[in-house]
Ligand binder design. Structure first.
Ligand SMILES: Nc1ncnc2c1ncn2[C@@H]1O[C@H](COP(=O)(O)OP(=O)(O)OP(=O)(O)O)[C@@H](O)[C@H]1O
Ligand SMILES: [Mg+2]
Length: 495
């Protein structure tokens, strides 16, 4: 082959190669007149991306592809000579339908048939730009959140417990150095040893895949710490996140409240102890007064019975002798003496009754069951309210003090029946029952109103309660409107 033929072939091959490169390039490429900027040729990529048909493209100039705001700077850019390959930066282009895309333009001046032209390649970077924008925005948001954590810090650390990033307004307080100075250091290096001792297990558990939290003091403040694992792309934990919230003020407030509570509880306990003390004194005093009163009543009952009773019996005897002697005397003096004897009889009866009420001798002589039977009979006679009693046949060995207490409770309960219940019948039940003695007084009256049970004015009920309590017993009073009332006393008692 001759020399010119070889050169011609090489040139043809090289032109062919450029043509293929131009046509096959997936990015839009076009050639435009350097003076008029009219588009002279374009590849399939340009047709595909911009949506213009080849003929439409040939009627356009380069500025027609640009958004109108950018045209002045484009013209300025195109007017300067560009012998070298120039990366013209990112521009906004308009497609046929009006859609705006971001393109990075690379251009080079070429000679086409002796005319200066520009070879321009456009690379569509719209998606890349959007992704970059989204990333920038999310990073901005993250920074805004992290750096605005008002009283704490947030950070990421790697598997060597080395800070990767730290942020938050409380970093300086917590670590004693700025957030920039922390990056690259291990957490243990910067924190006081006692703080690190508490924090390290939390960080390690994050690296082992578990979230953890705890309260950690550091440099005079207290932090609520939360750590969590951050999985990498392969799913393994590649780093951990630590969040520290300064809870010093809350802790202090809690401490103040706790101390106040303790103080209050102590004072309440003191007052309660004082009140309990006073209450026990009152109980003892009340029991003492009760027994003094019982002794005194017993003494008065005996005096009345013995002294007054004997004197009256003597008087009655003398009067009946006098009546006999006066028999037959005029003026009916003998009858008057007999009538006086009847008055004395009545008085003797009254004296016996009064002395029995003060202290029923029968209680001391025959025991509780007989005393209650006698009292029931007397009650029925006096009030007209039927009063029955059910009691064990054998004596109840209650002892004199318990005996008098139960008798007095029954006496008060029956007095209440007579005074308040408007009942027609009352019933006393006395029973022994596994180490207890139980006394019940039932009536079929109006029923005790619940409000009076707790009223401080109910002194009769209070007296019953006091007597019961003195023997470690319990007193229950129940009443329902129209269904009567039950007073029930249960007192521990040896057999
Ligand atoms: N069996 C009863 N049926 C209905 N109401 C009763 C009965 N027993 C007591 N009450 C009511 O309970 C109140 C308190 O009784 P409590 O024995 O304490 O006082 P009181 O009998 O009024 O006065 P006292 O101090 O003289 O006993 C009575 O005023 C009465 O209203
Ligand atoms: Mg009463």
């Amino acid at each position: 082959m001759t020399e010119p033929k070889v050169l011609e072939d090489a040139l043809r091959r090289s032109q062919e190669m450029y043509r293929v490169l131009f046509q096959m390039n997936p990015n839009p490429v076009w050639v435009c007149d350097a003076e008029t900027l009219r588009i002279l040729a374009m590849n399939d990529g340009a047709i595909r991306v911009y949506g213009y048909a080849r003929e439409e493209f040939l009627g356009l100039t380069l500025p027609d592809l640009h958004v109108s705001d950018d045209v002045p700077s484009l013209l300025e850019h195109a007017s300067s000579p560009q012998p070298e390959l120039v990366d013209a930066g990112v521009w906004r282009h308009r497609k046929k339908g009006g859609t705006i895309i971001d393109v990075e333009l690379v251009s080079q001046e070429v000679l086409v048939g002796g005319v200066r032209a520009l070879l321009v390649m456009a690379i569509d970077v719209t998606d890349k730009r959007r992704a970059e924008e989204a990333l920038r925005r999310s990073e901005y948001l993250y920074r805004t959140v992290a750096s605005n954590i008002p009283s704490g810090a947030v950070g990421l650390f790697d598997r060597e417990l080395r800070y990767i990033v730290v942020d938050g307004a409380g970093v300086l307080d917590a670590a004693g150095v700025s957030k920039e100075a922390l990056v690259g250091k291990t957490i243990g290096e910067v924190l006081p040893a006692d703080t690190w001792a508490l924090l390290e297990p939390l960080c390690r558990s994050a690296l082992e895949g578990r979230t953890a939290n705890g309260e950690v003091p550091s440099r005079g403040r207290t932090y609520f710490i939360q750590t969590l694992p951050i999985p990498g792309e392969n799913g393994e934990v590649s780093m951990g996140m630590v969040m520290a919230l300064d809870i010093t003020a809350r802790k202090r407030a809690e401490e103040v409240v706790r101390r106040m509570n303790e103080d209050l509880e102590r004072r309440v306990a003191e007052r309660t102890a004082e009140l309990e003390d006073a209450y026990h004194h009152l109980q003892a005093l009340s029991a003492h007064l009760q027994s003094v009163r019982e002794r005194e009543q017993a003494r008065v009952a005996r005096e009345i019975h013995d002294e007054l009773g004997q004197a009256l019996t003597g008087l009655k005897f003398e009067l009946s002798r006098l009546a006999q002697r006066l028999r037959g005397h005029p003026g009916g003096v003998s009858d008057q003496a007999t009538a006086l004897g009847a008055v004395v009889d009545e008085t003797i009866h009254n004296v016996r009754r009064i002395s029995s009420e003060l202290r029923p001798a029968i209680l001391d002589d025959l025991g509780l069951v007989d005393a209650l039977e006698w009292h029931a009979e007397e009650f029925e006679k006096r009030t007209g309210i039927t009063c029955t009693i059910k009691a064990p046949r054998r004596r109840i060995e209650a002892g004199p003090d318990l005996g008098i207490a139960l008798f007095r409770i029954c006496q008060e309960a029956l007095t209440n029946v007579a005074r308040h219940a408007r009942a027609t019948a009352a019933r006393i039940v006395l029973a022994r029952n596994r180490g207890h003695v139980v006394l019940e007084v039932h009536d079929n009256g109006a029923g005790i109103p619940p409000a009076v049970l707790t009223s401080a004015k109910s002194l009769g009920l209070l007296g019953m309660r006091e007597r019961t309590r003195a023997f470690d017993g319990e007193l229950v009073i129940r009443g329902a409107p129209g269904e009567g009332t039950v007073v029930r006393v249960k007192i521990p008692c040896r057999d």
